[in-house]
Write a protein that binds this ligand. Structure first.
Ligand code: SDX
Length: 379
């Protein structure tokens, strides 16, 4: 493509740009809805397990009972990580952020993966399922090592949700908590070309492998403008501390034109389709725990943001207090997002590979005009 003399339209942040086609999910801001392979995410959240949704994202269809049982057995049997990776995790700095820990652990899994050099569809799909199975184990081992605790061995009889609580907290909570957690996994699983998913597709477009794409996706998700917001939301709620102080706290943010974490969205402009469902289950968690403080502060902040800024909350806003009420420490919130989004990321990696074109956009040059190199003595 020849360079034009006329500056073209620049779409900074690729706002509004359709970069490719995809059959994985569809966001419909005009009706405030989201579907995974044609199924409304709210229906999936209420009627399916996260394992069924993971299968759906990869296979394109919901599993029948036999397919689901086989999928659960296959992935649950792959949750263990190697003694070498346990040794490496024990060497992580104790104050390392859990997102940096899981990013490094996934990269190490790539080093020792039995199909490391194979980027065929089937090998990449098997890698995706191994990551789905092992990421919670890595999150738990790194978190527990940072607190001087031994890792908890994953139990293949546990569901995905039970396993996450077991390897991180060393316990399996009651059914209402497991259901709220499973709903959050389904809601977090996939969301078209968000920053971390597009990162994974971009890495894949050069022919790079699954672990490289997922490592890059994790690096992108950590950012506070993206997945890191769910941790920032809980820090914000704790900073407010008291519902009676919420409105005044927020007005202070307005005065400094500061971002309010958990609000706004690039695609949804009249509300994030996932929020009502996640809010419902965050409220359930408040009932289970018997502490409504965080949901009350959230209610006031959301009402003020809508009235004063016409800005709606995104999924991270109810997810933060929900995870806090489930007993997870705040730095684990975004790694838990990783444990879910590995499904969407890898579904997009497989889709990118199936109809690939190297992703390489243009830049419009604004630097100095071409000039001769002066000798060192003359500089
Ligand atoms: C996720 O893309 C996805 O699908 C992501 C995600 C997924 O599932 O993968 O949904 C997950 O990342 C959700 C977003 C989590 N991030 C946050 O909660 C961080 C806070 N949000 C903002 O940084 C912001 O809303 C973004 C980054 C999410 C979206 O930014 P945009 O589309 O670039 O919007 P913008 O920055 O152009 O905002 C438009 C206006 C601006 O005001 P003006 O400069 O025009 O006066 O709205 C304001 C912004 O300042 N605004 C906010 C705000 N979000 C937007 N003001 C205060 N607080 C906010 N949170």
């Amino acid at each position: 493509m020849s360079e034009t003399s006329e500056k073209p339209t620049i779409y900074k942040g690729l706002v509004g740009v359709y970069a490719d086609v995809s059959a994985v999910s569809k966001v419909m801001p005009e009706t405030n809805s989201l579907t995974y392979r044609g199924y409304a995410v709210q229906d999936l959240a209420e009627n399916c397990s996260f394992e069924e949704v993971a299968y759906l994202l990869w296979e394109g269809e919901l599993p029948n009972a036999a397919q689901l049982e086989a999928f659960k057995q296959e992935t649950a049997s792959q949750r263990e990580i190697s003694p070498a990776l346990h040794r490496v995790i024990r060497e992580f700095p104790k104050d390392a952020h859990p997102m940096d820990a899981i990013r490094t652990a996934v990269s190490f899994l790539g080093l020792e993966d039995p199909e490391a050099g194979d980027v065929s569809h089937d090998a990449q799909y098997r890698k995706a399922k191994r990551l789905f199975a092992k990421i919670p184990t890595c999150i738990g081992a790194a978190y527990r090592a940072s607190r001087g605790l031994d890792p908890v061995a994953p139990n293949p009889a546990h569901s995905f949700a039970e396993n996450v609580f077991n390897v991180i907290q060393g316990r399996v909570p009651e059914k209402e908590v497991l259901k709220s957690f499973d709903v959050s996994m389904i809601l977090y699983a996939e969301h078209t070309f968000n920053a971390s998913t597009y990162t994974a597709r971009l890495v894949t477009s050069s022919g790079a492998d699954m672990h490289g794409a997922i490592t890059a996706g994790i690096a992108s998700l950590k950012g506070p403008l993206h997945g890191g917001a769910n941790e920032a939301v809980m820090h914000m709620l704790k900073e407010v501390g008291d519902p009676a102080k919420a409105a005044a706290w927020l007005h202070g943010r307005f005065d400094h034109k500061a971002l309010v974490m958990g609000f706004g969205h690039r695609v949804y402009k009249s509300g994030d389709s996932r929020v009502p469902t996640m809010k419902k289950y965050a409220e359930k968690m408040a009932e289970v725990v018997g502490d409504r403080t965080w949901m009350e502060i959230s209610r006031i902040l959301a009402a003020e943001m809508l009235e004063k800024k016409n800005i709606h909350p995104n999924l991270d806003f109810p997810a933060g207090p929900a995870y806090y009420l489930m007993g997870f420490e705040i730095p684990l919130f975004t790694p838990i997002f990783v444990a879910s989004r590995i499904t969407g990321w890898s579904a997009h990696v497989l889709e990118q590979q199936a109809d690939n074109r190297l992703i390489r956009p243009l830049s419009w040059y604004t630097g100095p005009e071409q000039r001769p190199v002066p000798p060192l003595a003359a500089r």
